[in-house]
Design a protein around this ligand. Structure first.
Ligand code: MG
Length: 304
């Protein structure tokens, strides 16, 4: 990944991997193709950024790959931590750049709020930090919001956008109370922005809030297990019939491996082709396979 050695973002991902425990080594890792994966699996869990799109730009051949998978009856779900947007807005964004997706085919970490609300003991109104579109996850969870720091002990961090510094200070005040909880709907520390820039996102904000206050933290989304249970439920297949394809070792591959789901590291995103095998060894996160891109097999013209 595109990190400076010793950077706080890198440490966040290292801590996630450490907290989940070591993974068995899978060396040697075979290279594969979408066609080969389609012979082996009925369901595809595709990461979004770095696999299908870079912000509002499509990744070459991804649309064709998704279309081909669907044309041969494979089930496809997009598995994303982009809780800045509702699932439907994530889908609209991808559809607008040509990725053929139907309603319900995006599974976002934000939807875990409704599933995990009871376990986390969230009752009253919550203080929300994020974009308007992400408020959909609060509605799904039946949670009211409040802008008064003294009216709640729960902060829901949906994304790194949609609020100013003053709101971070208010969140700090809430989270300094005893029994307070920070719920993070996107644990990612970095996200690619147009022009090849990597921006610090909500995983970094969450760490700084937690360190400054000592609050409890619930991290929902890849690489943690809850999103994989939700994805398998939504795709309607058992873990052994599904492959997860992603570009980030410490989220997509780490999470799939711990969830008992086969994984393929795709080289169209943050993991550069020439560095992939070195990075796999350095992280100790071994995908089952490596895939150069989502290109479908060459279609033969049978008309003549
Ligand atoms: Mg990605």
């Amino acid at each position: 990944m595109l990190f400076q050695p010793g950077s706080p973002e890198l440490q966040i991902y290292r801590d996630y991997a450490h907290s989940m425990g070591p993974l068995p080594c899978l060396d040697p890792i075979p290279s594969t193709s979408l066609e080969e994966l389609a012979d082996l699996y009925d369901g595809f869990l595709l990461d979004s950024y770095g696999v299908l799109n870079r912000a509002e730009e499509p990744i070459a051949l991804a649309a064709e790959g998704v279309e081909w998978l669907k044309s041969i009856g494979r089930k496809v779900r997009v598995l994303t931590n982009n809780a800045a947007l509702s699932e439907e807005d994530n889908r609209s964004l991808l559809s607008s750049i040509g990725i053929p997706l139907e309603h319900g085919e995006v599974v976002c970490s934000g939807s875990l709020l409704a599933r995990e609300r009871e376990r986390l003991g969230i009752e009253g109104p919550v203080f929300y930090m994020g974009l308007a579109s992400g408020r959909e996850y609060l509605r799904m969870a039946g949670l009211a919001t409040t802008d008064k720091p003294d009216a709640t002990r729960v902060v829901v961090l949906g994304s790194s956008r949609g609020y100013r510094m003053r709101r971070i200070a208010e969140a700090q005040k809430i989270l300094s109370q005893e029994g307070s909880l920070l719920v993070v709907l996107n644990p990612d520390a970095v996200a690619p922005r147009p022009g090849g820039v990597m921006a610090r996102v909500s995983g970094v904000t969450a760490r700084s809030l937690a360190r400054g206050t000592g609050c409890k933290v619930a991290l929902l989304g890849k690489p943690f297990g809850e999103i994989y249970s939700l994805a398998l439920e939504r795709i309607g297949l058992s873990a052994d019939r599904v492959v997860a394809i992603g570009d980030t070792l410490a989220t997509d591959i780490l999470g799939a491996r711990h969830a008992g789901i086969s994984s393929a590291l795709v080289l169209t995103g943050v993991t550069a082709p020439e560095r992939a095998r070195t990075e796999i060894k350095a992280w100790g996160i071994w995908p089952h396979r490596i895939l150069s891109d989502l290109r479908p097999p060459i279609q033969q013209d049978l008309s003549d």
